[in-house]
Design a protein around this ligand. Structure first.
Ligand code: PLP
Length: 378
């Protein structure tokens, strides 16, 4: 088949990304990605990967040896945790307070395991007491899985308390930190988190398509004690670690062709985070959230999540009565080059999701968003 040659390269518009992700990417990160591609086993690249691993450990606040970036988006990080840790027939307590908790449940069932679901209302944090009751009622449960920052609603759950409960009940904790990493306090070692995954495209403000993950020694032990092989060859961590650290053979070996330039980008975004400092980044998100929140409330918009459980980086607000959801978002995009997010799942058509993630958590962005919304809603 022949096609007429396209005469022009693709030229995306310059948008301001204030939806649920991807977020605005740091200019330095885009520049890093455009650097020359080198071989994924080139000693210079391999040295960069060692630095990258240390940077991911910093972002997660962990010394876990099994820490790396999965060469695929956050969903693959989620799947990496479930397929490597959970074996058919095992019981997993899954907390569901939005879209991504439901995806965890589906992952559990796809590995042939049993999901015991603890449901919460959309917009609420995971109820720690309800989880304690479920753990007590299911002494044979081996895992507790929950979403730290539920992007579909903007609710933040108490990861520290939930992981402490998991430990008390001898369960491995599996934590979704796709939206939380870099945006709110998260301390993997101190809180005793066993398995955690995130995404490059949210508060790290990197290009989409990578998923930082980390596994505690207890999680690694569980993987090594598996009676059945991991059904996914690509996501099998024991094979992937052969490339990331040279574990097993003592020498890094080819597993898959690493997304070389995307890894430069992640290295750069985490380098910027390390310069800013994690705690400073958390505070910046909290501060920008307060400015946005006052402006949104002044426009008469109401938050979906109560103040105590609210994520600074994902602001879900109800769409006022009589307002055409799609028309407003189209006007913002076309007239202001501004993207905000539509509602997802139970909140589809009912709420907007305004992201303040990473590089997007800036005064200029907040000011643009408030001005644009004020004009479009007038
Ligand atoms: N988990 C949460 C909480 C998310 O917000 C997302 C994406 O928005 C994912 C998982 C899936 O990540 P990805 O879209 O990068 O595959």
């Amino acid at each position: 088949m022949l096609i007429a040659p396209y005469s022009e390269s693709f030229n995306p518009p310059r948008r301001t990304l204030m939806g649920p992700g991807p977020s605005d990417v740091y200019p330095e990160v885009l520049a890093a990605q455009a650097k020359p591609t080198i071989g994924h086993l080139d000693p210079v690249f391999v040295a960069m990967m060692d630095e990258l691993k240390a940077l991911i450990q910093y972002a997660f606040q962990t010394t876990n040896a099994m820490t790396l970036a999965v060469s695929a988006p956050g969903s693959a990080g989620m799947e990496t945790c479930f397929v490597n840790l959970v074996e058919p027939g095992e019981k997993v307590i899954v907390c569901r307070n939005g879209v991504f908790g439901e995806r965890m449940r589906q992952n559990v069932e796809r590995v042939g395991a049993i999901a015991v679901v603890v449901d919460n209302e959309w917009g609420e944090a995971v109820n720690v007491d309800a989880v304690a009751t479920a753990l007590a009622a299911n002494p044979d449960a081996k895992f507790l899985a929950f979403v730290h920052a539920e992007t579909s609603t903007g609710a933040l759950s108490d990861a520290k308390a939930l992981c402490a409960l998991a430990k008390q009940h001898d369960c491995i904790s599996i934590v979704d930190a796709v939206t939380s990493l870099g945006g709110v306090e998260l301390r993997v070692d101190e809180w005793g988190i066993d398995a955690i995954y995130s995404g490059s495209q949210k508060c790290l403000s990197c290009v989409p398509g990578l998923s930082p993950v980390s596994f505690s020694p207890a999680a690694v032990e569980k993987m090594k004690a598996r009676k059945t092989p991991v059904q996914s060859w690509f996501l099998d961590q024991t094979l992937v670690m052969g490339y990331w650290t040279g574990e097993a053979s003592g020498k890094r070996s080819y597993h898959h062709t690493a997304p070389v330039n995307a890894l430069y980008a992640l290295h750069e975004s985490l380098r910027l985070l390390s310069i800013e400092g994690l705690e400073h980044a958390w505070q910046r998100h909290a501060d920008m959230h307060q400015v946005l929140r006052h402006g949104l409330e002044a426009l008469g918009l109401k938050f979906v999540v109560t103040e105590a459980d609210r994520l600074p980086q994902l602001n879900a607000v109800y769409i006022p009565d009589g307002i055409d959801d799609a028309k407003v978002r189209k006007q913002l995009l076309e007239n202001y080059n501004l993207e905000i997010g539509a509602g997802l799942g139970a909140l589809a058509g009912k709420a907007w999701r305004i992201g303040l993630m990473g590089y997007a958590a800036r005064r200029e962005n907040v000011a643009l968003c408030l001005k644009a919304l004020e004009e479009v809603l007038a």
